[in-house]
Design a protein around this ligand. Structure first.
Ligand SMILES: Nc1ncnc2c1ncn2[C@@H]1O[C@H](COP(=O)(O)OP(=O)(O)OP(=O)(O)O)[C@@H](O)[C@H]1O
Length: 215
């Protein structure tokens, strides 16, 4: 049992893919309430690092977290034919079980909680709209609302604004920082946009060839 929320603590994380060392002895901390930006050239290992922290690939090292992290991907990974609300409700799958979710037998309290998450990301009133009828920025907000509905204490976002125009990108990164501050989440986000990283992150981490440099 953990004493308090440790945020995210990573030590000595190394990963090899296709016979090549892609992460080398990475150590980092993200405290609750903090947004840390991860930058680095294409191929530096940003996605691999986030996937390793999420437990999606085999890596060596130590990862200390209070519970499973929520993930927000560049491509949103929404179910297009489902409503925004149902996409958010999928975040609660772990709590209600697969079959109830498959038949969309969501508990009433979960529906209210999903609506609250949509409100929280500025999409109040759009719960019934199909995901494929939302704009890119709105879809990314649904993905963030789904992460919130998971009730994770850690949010990992892999280039969440890569497909958005600059104004929307700024709004989404500002939202992530706001969630860190107000909800006390530990947020680790990879960003190609250095200006956004500098403006919104509490700290910057730079990956070079699988090694972390603090900038
Ligand atoms: N499944 C895999 N098998 C072998 N090599 C891989 C695999 N996945 C990624 N790599 C390699 O690992 C390195 C890091 O890839 P990764 O996707 O983590 O980089 P990245 O920093 O996220 O890049 P980008 O900014 O382009 O998304 C790259 O050289 C890539 O080719």
């Amino acid at each position: 049992m953990l004493r308090a929320d440790p945020g995210l603590v990573v030590r000595g994380l190394s990963a090899t893919l296709g016979g090549r060392a892609v992460l080398r002895d990475v150590a980092l901390d993200v405290s609750p309430g903090e947004l840390v930006a991860l930058t680095g050239a294409s191929g530096a290992g940003k996605t691999t690092l986030l996937r390793a922290i999420a437990g999606l690939l085999v890596a060596r090292g130590t990862i200390l977290v209070a519970g499973p992290p929520a993930l927000v991907f560049q491509q949103h990974a929404l179910a297009n034919r489902l409503s925004a609300r149902d996409n958010v409700l999928v975040g609660g799958l772990g709590r209600i079980g697969f079959w109830r979710a498959a038949f969309r037998l969501w508990p009433r309290a979960d529906i209210a909680a999903a609506e609250a998450c949509l409100d929280r990301v500025g999409l109040g009133g759009l719960g019934a709209r199909r995901a494929d009828r939302l704009s890119g920025g709105q879809r990314q907000r649904v993905a963030i609302a789904r992460a919130l509905h998971q009730r994770a204490r850690i949010l990992l976002a892999d280039e969440p604004v890569a497909s958005l125009d600059p104004a929307l990108a700024e709004e989404v990164v500002a939202l992530l920082r706001d969630l860190a501050r107000r909800d006390g989440l530990a947020v680790l986000v990879s960003l190609h946009q250095h200006d956004l990283a500098r403006r919104f992150a509490d700290r910057l981490l730079h990956l070079e060839n699988g090694c972390l440099k603090i900038s």
